[in-house]
Write a protein that binds this ligand. Sequence first.
Ligand code: AMP
Length: 144
Amino acid sequence: VHVEGLLRNKGAEVVTVEGSTTVADALQTMATRRVGALVVSADGSAVDGIVSERDVVWGLADRGAGLLGETVATIMTRDVVTCGMATTVDQLSTMMTEGRMRHVPVVVDGALAGIVSIGDVVKDRLRELEAETQSLHEYISHGR
Ligand code: AMP
């Protein structure tokens, strides 16, 4: 399965914020949209950075509660690892494990085209394993 297949199920929508958004507002957006990371983008298409729950936790530990009034630009990761439509679920697994990141934005021709989370990858793996188990069961019980 490729990223294209994953997005067919979950859609292309990505929740983005501008770099000037306060950390407090970004947390509100994460809570109401039920996501763990936001792509930081000035125009909703170019990826300027990514900010996840973890950046907020690290920022709070580092700077204290005053962080909430600061901008997401001060805590976001600027060097964003992205993928394309043809990236495989296997490749995503490796990227997420080795890079210790649970989110990978999808970029097509320089424009944001979706986002894949570790949950999407795990869901697809489970579906694949279940299909494989079922065909093995059928093979064992019917020999086909
Ligand atoms: P996460 O596991 O996605 O919550 O993110 C853990 C850390 O990796 C945070 O510092 C994020 O800003 C960063 N991060 C998340 N996704 C990416 C990505 N696709 N590329 C680079 N860094 C990322």
